[in-house]
Design a binder for this molecule. Structure first.
Ligand code: ADP
Ligand code: ASP
Ligand code: MG
Length: 816
């Protein structure tokens, strides 16, 4: 004989019931079976809802009842051939009428006791078990219906009654000793008190019914059929990457269900724990899938000390503390006595080793009761100021990492908490089970999904890290960047174990989000469909999505965008930017952002601020971090000015070359920022700061080569006209250089605390002389590179190389 249980979804309608019946038939071919069933999926909730409405004199309980009625009648009509239908229909209708009478009673009295509630919800399982047993009979099975209320005896704690195992085991044993049916159907969840009232075993309790029967009869195997492929490494509704756990011990399953893995009702393991019974969780909708095998000793051992991660939402933390707590006699005993007298279940306990405070995690809906009882119990001590009144915090969740073998592995809790910390998940309390089979933490409910996913990544996903990018600015650089991400995504997954996705995109008009990652094939069509874009809205949305490893990518040149970085960093959202504004603003602001980055463990990377994709800042950081000291910097940092001076000669007009640079995207949107030297000053100040010196941009002298008239213009058109007017000036500069065999380069210098930028005549012997096209070059003179500088040279402008520099920063974060 074996016991099999079908959950709510497995019996939700005629079609699903037929699937379940097919499974029953297969089992019965080998030996007789006991089938425990839940109510039709969702019916228990509907009944509770209707009963509450009725007791509050809200008439819509009648509508809810109609829904319940229709679902059952439809199921009978679809499942049972017409010939046998009428007897079954009239029984079901009779039961539904009784149910309605009960509800009417609640409505008339305006009252709903726990006892009545149990009676009302029992109709769900009574009806489902009746219909399924009749359907089996109609299909020729040798089936019977056993009333669980006659076989399972409990106390009178309605809503979650405790089983009297001595009485129950005997009743079950005697019943089945006499029965010779091939299939016996039993309603799950319901039982009867010693004084004859219907009770229930707690929500989700049909699993428990099945285990009670299996244990009483000491059957070899118990199967629980549900709507997922077993117990998953985390709730599959919240963690996409979760996978079924093939083999797991009773204790591990118990811990996971205690901490919220709803797939198995927590008390289920208790009756079978010390029996030779194997529990198998299977999927009614994918019967061939392996499922989870739960046993005393796992058949197949896993190398991973962690078996799963679970979460309990709607939790309240009650903290009791006070200066005189140590001196209060029998404090803990009194606390737990009062809690248990109120029938409050404690999910989580932590006590400071000083014994000055104790923290309990309980369900939100029991918090008021617990608070009142605790404050009453300790009212004397509270009055004396020895203990403070209980502190209540709700809106919390508990997450637990579970594994039998955790005790033999050091550093797991460190990994757990650093993973949470990196994602700005605040931990309110921590507990390690005495069994060392779990570590649990209390966190804000809004962080649960992020916490589960990031922990899952850490402990289960072959070190694959998901990065969620929010990209602002889809111009030249932005567009290339998106294209590069799209092209490299697979490579990054395969080779660097990075899963890089763009979860948000914005330009100045619209912003578009997709929590699962925007389809990058299609982003150009999707972005205009997004909501109207604004900087605050963008941040708000990113915070609300609360995805792990979120990174804000700024591809704009905007002051307003640069002004938002602090808000990102403070939320532990990384910032990657090619926008130079922030790092070249006042030193205090630069320092502030760098400090926020450290404080909130949020990367702030801006490699592309100098030399586009060239690894200049990263190299500098490594030099400084390894103890080197920079004395002198000499650099040609403007790809735009290089392009201009490399193409300007006696056959070209200065104005035309500038125009060409603009068209080809080598200049800032406002070319004067390049030609006046402002852009180079910004880059130089960033290099100086990254070298460890304090410097303001105004401290850098400019040796300008632009006539005042050009400087005074206020738009690009006027500026180009002024360049044309002053053609003689520029031609003279060229001629002077050419006559000496020199070349014109716009050079940035820093030495002995002083810095300047300006046009210089570079002789042929100088390393700058042969700088081609839009190349940049930087010479660092340091303690270690004293005589011969460290030289970095290469393409320093252009959308592609800038995009790849941003890309490199993103990868740096992923590899962190
Ligand atoms: P049934 O009605 O069959 O008893 P339940 O709804 O009670 O089914 O339990 C199955 C559900 O449990 C799944 O659909 C899933 O949403 C949820 N669940 C939560 N945590 C886990 C987990 N770790 N593994 C599998 N399912 C889980
Ligand atoms: N029908 C009950 C519930 O929904 C029991 C169960 O399905 O296990 O809680
Ligand atoms: Mg269940």
């Amino acid at each position: 004989m074996n016991v099999i249980k079908f959950g709510g979804t497995s019996v939700a309608n005629a079609q699903n019931i037929q699937r379940s019946i097919n499974i029953i038939k297969q089992k019965r071919e080998k030996e007789s079976v006991i089938v425990v069933v839940s109510a039709l999926g969702g019916v228990t909730d509907l009944l509770l809802n209707a009963a509450t409405q009725a007791s509050e004199k809200q008439d819509n309980y009648k509508e809810i009842l109609e829904t319940v009625e229709k679902r059952h009648l439809d199921t009978v009509k679809e499942l049972i051939p017409v010939a046998g239908q009428s007897a079954v229909l009239s029984h079901v209708k009779r039961e539904l009428n009784r149910l309605e009478t009960l509800m009417d009673g609640c409505s008339l009295l305006g009252e709903l006791s726990e006892r009545t509630k149990d009676l009302i919800v029992s109709f769900g399982e009574m009806l489902s078990s009746y219909i399924i047993s009749e359907a089996l009979k109609a299909q020729g099975e040798d089936a019977a219906l056993a009333d669980s209320r006659e076989l399972i005896q409990t106390n009178s704690r309605f809503g979650k009654a405790s089983v009297d195992f001595d009485a129950t085991n005997k009743l079950i044993f005697d019943y089945y000793e006499r029965s010779n049916k091939q299939v016996t159907v039993m309603p799950g969840f319901i039982a009867k008190s010693a004084d004859g009232h219907t009770t229930t075993l707690g929500r989700g309790g049909s699993d428990y019914t099945a285990a009670i029967v299996a244990a009483a009869l000491e059957v070899p195997s118990l199967e629980i059929w549900t709507d997922v492929n077993g117990i998953f490494t985390a709730n599959p509704k919240l963690v996409k990457q979760a996978e079924p756990i093939p083999y797991i011990t009773f204790e591990e399953a118990m811990e996971l269900s205690h901490f919220g893995a709803k797939v198995l009702y927590a008390p289920t393991i208790q009756p079978i724990l010390n029996k030779d019974i194997t529990l198998h969780i299977k999927n009614t909708f994918e019967p061939e899938a392996h499922g989870s095998v739960i046993s005393k000793v796992p058949e197949v051992k896993s190398d991973n000390p962690i078996r799963g991660i679970s979460n309990v939402d709607n939790t309240t933390l009650i903290t009791l503390e006070g200066p005189g707590m140590v001196g209060v006699a029998g404090f803990s005993k009194r606390l737990f006595d009062v809690i248990s007298k109120e029938n409050v279940s404690v999910i989580f306990i932590t006590q400071a080793s000083s014994e000055h405070s104790i923290c309990l995690g309980i369900a939100d809906n029991e918090a008021a009761k617990a608070e009142a009882a605790i404050n009453a119990e300790f009212s004397f001590e509270i009055q004396q100021g020895k203990i403070y009144p209980a502190i209540i915090e709700n809106g919390l969740s508990i997450i637990a990492v579970v594994g039998e073998n955790m005790k033999n592995h050091q550093g797991l809790s460190g990994r757990m908490f650093s993973t949470l910390g990196k994602n700005n998940i605040n931990i309110r309390a921590i507990a390690q089970g005495a069994s060392e089979r779990n570590i649990s933490a209390v966190i804000d409910s809004k962080d649960v999904k992020k916490a589960l996913n990031t922990l899952h990544e850490t402990f289960f996903e072959d070190a694959t890290v998901q990065l969620n990018l929010f990209v602002m600015g889809v111009g030249n650089v932005g567009e290339r960047f998106i294209a590069q991400i799209q092209k490299q995504a697979q490579y990054l997954r395969d080779n660097l174990h990075l899963n890089v996705r763009i979860a948000g995109l914005a330009n100045s008009r619209t912003m578009y989000f997709d929590e699962e990652g925007i389809d990058l094939e299609n982003w150009k069509a999707l972005l205009p469909q997004g909501e109207a874009s604004d900087f605050d809205g963008f941040i708000k949305k990113i915070k609300a999505l609360n995805l792990r490893n979120s990174i804000f990518v700024d591809n704009t040149a905007s002051h307003e965008v640069a002004a938002t970085y602090a808000q990102y960093l403070k939320s532990s959202i990384g910032v990657v930017t090619c926008n130079k504004v922030a790092c070249s603003s006042e030193f205090s602001n630069y320092k502030y952002l760098k400090n926020l980055s450290r404080q909130y463990n949020a990367p702030f990377l801006f490699e592309t601020n100098v030399g586009a994709g060239l690894p200049i800042i990263d190299t500098l950081k490594n030099l400084v971090a390894s103890g080197d000291r920079v004395h002198k910097i000499q650099a040609v940092l403007s790809g735009s000015l290089n392009f201009i001076f490399n193409n300007f000669n006696d056959t070209t007009a200065f104005r035309d070359v500038v125009k060409q640079a603009m068209v080809e995207g080598y200049t800032e949107p406002d070319p004067k920022i390049d030609l006046s030297g402002v852009d180079v000053k910004r880059k130089l100040v960033i290099l100086i700061r990254e070298s460890g010196y304090e410097m303001e941009i105004d401290d850098i002298a400019t040796i300008s080569f632009l006539p005042d008239e050009c400087m005074a213009t206020t738009n690009n058109d006027d500026f180009l006209v002024s360049l044309e007017k002053n053609a003689d000036h520029f031609n003279a500069l060229y001629k002077k250089a050419a006559d000496n065999g020199d070349r014109l380069k716009f050079v940035a210098s820093f030495e002995n605390g002083k810095a300047n930028v300006g046009l210089q005549f570079i002789p042929q012997s100088h390393p700058f002389y042969n700088l081609e096209g839009k190349d940049n070059i930087v010479l660092f003179y340091t303690d270690r590179y004293a005589d011969q500088p460290l030289i970095i040279k290469g393409a320093g402008a252009g959308a592609d190389v800038t995009a790849s520099g941003i890309f490199a920063d993103v990868i740096r974060i992923g590899n962190r």
